[in-house]
Each structure stands twice: as C-alpha cells, then as structure tokens.
Design a protein around this ligand. Structure first.
Ligand code: 9UX
Length: 109
C-alpha cells in the first residue's frame, strides 16, 4: 500500500516538473519573438561628417532601433531594429525628417 502512495507522489512530481518546463519553454518562445530583429539599408544624401553625426545621434535613439552603422563613402545607413516596435517606413521617414533624401536599398539575393 505504501508503494502505491510513493508511485502517486512520483507521478505528481513528474507532472509538476513538466508543467514548469512547459511554462519556461513558452516564455523562451515569447521573449525570442520579442527580441527578434531585422535589418534595413537606407541610402541617405549625406555629404559630410556632420551629416553622419546627425544621423548617428538621432536614429540610434529612435524607438525600436537596436543597432546602427553609418557609412559616408557609400552613404549607407544600416539599421537593425525590432519589427514589433518600428518599421522600415518609420525609420526612413525619421532620416528624411533630419533633412536627407533617402532610398531603401533592398538586399541582394
Ligand atoms: Mo555637412 Mo550634412 O556641412 O546634413 S551636415 S552637409
């Protein structure tokens, strides 16, 4: 009879452990989706170092931006962002608002 209780206790423990594991998995999936990032390349009509600084100082603090690279020779602004927080369109418009002409450059495949 004692063994029956032991078995039941063991089954309950397994059940609790599995429920906990499922919860952790679900949370991992959720946070992964939330941390998901995308990259967009935007050509911007930058002509001097101050243009670069202007973009760096402003776009880096745009909502949803997690990474930024500004290259003057190629006039390319490469932005890593969270698509849950912002969009290519919003980021391009944010650059235009600083006074630049822009063009989103599609990735070569
Ligand atoms: Mo340089 Mo750019 O004199 O927005 S700052 S051209």
């Amino acid at each position: 009879m004692k063994n029956v209780f032991k078995t039941i206790a063991a089954l309950i423990l397994i059940q609790v452990a599995f429920a906990g594991f499922s919860t952790v998995s679900a949370q991992n999936k959720k946070s992964k989706a939330k941390d998901q990032t995308e990259t967009v390349k935007v050509w911007a009509s930058m002509t001097c170092g101050s243009c670069v600084a202007k973009i760096e100082k402003n776009i880096a603090f745009e909502k949803g931006v997690s990474g930024l690279d500004v290259d003057l020779p190629t006039k390319m602004v490469t932005i890593t962002y969270k698509p849950t927080k912002t969009s290519q369109d919003k980021l391009e418009k944010a650059i235009q608002k600083l006074g630049f002409k822009t063009e989103v450059i599609a990735d070569k495949k």
